[in-house]
Design a protein around this ligand. Structure first.
Ligand code: TYM
Length: 329
């Protein structure tokens, strides 16, 4: 069977972009692939984090994978820092990749601009750690949102370079980016991506938002004054909210457009809010049950780290050998 691997950073909590762009697709794919889903805590450390909050966010993120429908009997759910092979392979790749490959990375440039003077070496190296995350598991596919396309290209380049220099060793994986949901936009600005780092919480739907909070956020979401909602590139807010409606309702695009063809945001928004509330309710309930059961999540993460380590060490062993490192005695 084919393999997939993906991950989310434990910062804040999962939002609708993470869910529709990534996690929802993992849930569908876990039954068709041997699956590895990682909470990438070492990636979160590339920008300053409050230690207690990082620890909590790591558990929260893993619990939300499960609450969203990841089945730990089927998929391997683990925390990146529990599998030291990730950092070791990062070093080995560091010595193989020219710095100019990293200087081209759009996300690095954006984050570095935002941070100003304090840019860590880790932030620069971020894409190499991501390549290590992926290539250790020899996956065929990596299900992610649109914003990860360039990191996946780099990962493929690193695998190819390694194979060219040292012989076929690493599988060159494909990005698995869906047409719909791969780029969910901010509620406050239909031209900006929904993001954990947006200072305004009103810009995003968190999976654990209460019904009242969801109603408030949808009510305050940016809209336009045109009657009749359409998927229309000139109307980014309408297009974004209709897309969310489409994905959560399971209706066809045409059916969604027909349904709201004669109304404005005033009629549409309450319907969208109620759909969101009903869709997210079971996720919130399962989340509460998971975190309420002492030791349950710990057991899953312990088991996940063990299963992940077995696969990761095998690849790392091959890489070490090809590079000429003396095996330990
Ligand atoms: P992160 O934590 O920013 O996001 C996790 C996943 O959610 C997707 N995503 C979105 N999809 C649609 N609309 C949005 N507004 C939106 N925002 C985020 C992302 O594309 C991603 O799939 N570098 C990665 C984490 C990572 C990783 C990996 C992913 C580290 N190692 C190995 C895959 C494989 C990141 O920052 O994702």
């Amino acid at each position: 069977t084919k393999r997939i691997l993906s991950g989310v950073q434990p910062t804040g909590q999962l939002h609708l972009g993470n869910y529709l762009g990534a996690v929802r697709n993992w849930v569908a794919e876990q039954h068709h692939y041997e699956s590895f889903f990682c909470v990438v805590d070492l990636h979160a450390l590339t920008v300053p984090q409050e230690p207690a909050e990082l620890r909590q966010a790591t558990r929260r993120t893993a619990a939300l994978y499960l609450a969203s429908g990841i089945d730990p009997q089927v998929a391997v759910v683990f925390v990146q820092s529990h599998v030291p092979a990730h950092t070791e392979l990062t070093w080995l790749f560091n010595c193989l990749v020219p710095t100019n490959w990293l200087e081209r990375m759009i996300q690095f440039k954006e984050k570095a601009t935002k941070l100003g003077s304090e840019v860590s070496v880790g932030l620069f190296d971020y894409p190499i750690l991501q390549a290590a995350d992926i290539l250790l598991y020899q996956p065929h596919l990596v299900p992610v949102g649109e914003d990860q396309r360039q990191h996946l290209e780099l990962t493929r380049d690193i695998a190819r370079r390694f194979n060219d220099r040292f012989g076929e060793t690493l599988r060159v994986p494909e990005a698995d980016i869906r047409k719909e949901g791969a780029r969910v936009m901010s509620l406050q600005d239909g031209t900006a991506k929904m993001s954990k780092s947006d200072p305004s919480d009103l810009s995003r739907i968190n999976l654990l938002d209460s019904p009242d909070r969801l109603r408030e956020k949808i009510k305050k979401a940016k809209s336009d004054p045109i009657m009749g909602l359409r998927f229309d590139p000139e109307r980014p807010e309408a297009t974004n909210l209709l897309t969310v409606y489409q994905l959560l309702s399971g209706l066809e695009r045409d059916a969604v457009e027909k349904r709201f063809a004669e109304v404005g945001f005033g009629k549409f928004k309450p319907e969208l809010a109620e759909l969101l509330i009903e869709y997210l309710r079971p996720i919130r309930d399962r989340y509460d049950a998971i975190v309420g059961e002492t030791g349950y999540l710990d057991g899953i993460l312990r088991d996940g780290a063990e299963r992940a380590s077995a696969v990761a060490s095998a690849t790392l062993g091959l890489v070490r050998e090809k590079l000429g490192l003396l095996p330990p005695f």
